[in-house]
Design a protein around this ligand. Sequence first.
Ligand code: PLP
Length: 469
Amino acid sequence: MGERRCPGPSSGTAGGGPGSIARTAPPGRTTREDFFVDRNLPRRERLLTSARPLPDLDVVSASGPWLRLADGRRIFDGSSGLICVNVGQGSEAVFSRIEQQFRRSSFGGAAVVRPHLQLELMERLCRAVGRPADSVALVTCGTLGVEVAVGLARNIVRARGGKRRADILTSTLSYHGMSAFTLALAGNGARRPRTEDAFGLGPAFPAPYPPTHGHAQGSCDASCADEVAKAIDSRGAENVAAILLEPVNGTTGGAFVPPGGYLRRVSQICRERNVLVIHDEVLTGLWRTGTPLASHHWDGAEPDLCILSKGLGAGYTAVGAVLVAPELAPLLRHKDADPLPALGTMATHPLQAAACLGVLDDLEAMDFDAFRARGQQLGAGLRSLTGQPGIREVRGLGHLYAVELEPGLLWPLMEQAERNGVFFYPFTGAGQPKSEGLVVAPPLTSTADDISHLTTALSNAVTALAHRG
Ligand SMILES: Cc1ncc(COP(=O)(O)O)c(C=O)c1O
């Protein structure tokens, strides 16, 4: 494993900054390709994926939360891939569901074929998250889930008579996907650094966390929700369709948990103004935080619409689902309602639905007492790092934690942890001052020994770095 450095702004281009790419034709070459293709770009950089110095693992096999590498080593997946491999890899339940469906038929879009499997998935999913009578739109990823939720929310408020309602308000510490629209809307300055790319959109209220709210650590409370009221009132409630928020922050700030009473107060404020509440549970949904939905940690925090994705596909399939509360869904079929902003070519793919049903089989077969105990074990192991050199804060709940670090420690710690047999997801926060650290999010099916391996490997890595100075 070579020395890993955080890339500067010019990374992703060969030979330094964009200006250094040769744009002149070499002698004797005059085709268009000769002018515009940078022939020196290394093969790895031609694949336009993360420019971060993430783990570079040559995986030959995977089982549950463990990866086997080409050099014979085993490494533990402390981030569930991209916080999605919630039931581990190689699930027999998922395999057999996909296999059965594949033998039956491998395509059947809902506009053509009666979507039996999707109806089954809808019912299982809604029951699993305690919203048994919800309506569901299926899509192919979290970003599209957000896009469709925005469209559905607008249709609902307009069918209720709020013809001017279009605005969707988000918080200053939020990520809602990588389309041009969701990047414009959300408060992740690291992913959308230029205001001129925001279509005049952008976050509308401060998240109730110190990095973006100017409060001292731990001093945000439910009254921070009044900022949501201010944001709605300053635009005029008659222009606002919905508030969109992550009930527990994912990777943008690193597993920030809102103050008690905050989400309930946001819901009250919105209800008083006929504004809908959309929870983006793309990352937190389906037990990641210890409960089926993250909003279940607090009373009165149930949203009108809820977006799920990562934990539903669990890394086996690309999927997103938007759940709509039963008192609102009929408005989407109202005779004067606008056309449904849902359905895409692959949105009701039978193999996708089969994989999701397999994931739900696995999740529902979990020993929930043991699962909760593993979450507590993880929390206790990570919190014991508090006060160690370089550790700023440990926060989170369930199987979702962040270990915030002093600046400069992130990449060396990632490397050291990897040498110790575990890897994590790095967060490089969007707040000011910027926070950075590790998102720790092992698969929900991890055993006590697995969690113990994770916390020991991380703790040893922290100690090793402290000794190095
Ligand atoms: C909270 C949240 N919303 C939306 C998304 C986008 O989901 P996807 O990457 O599946 O498009 C993510 C992805 O990380 C997320 O964490």
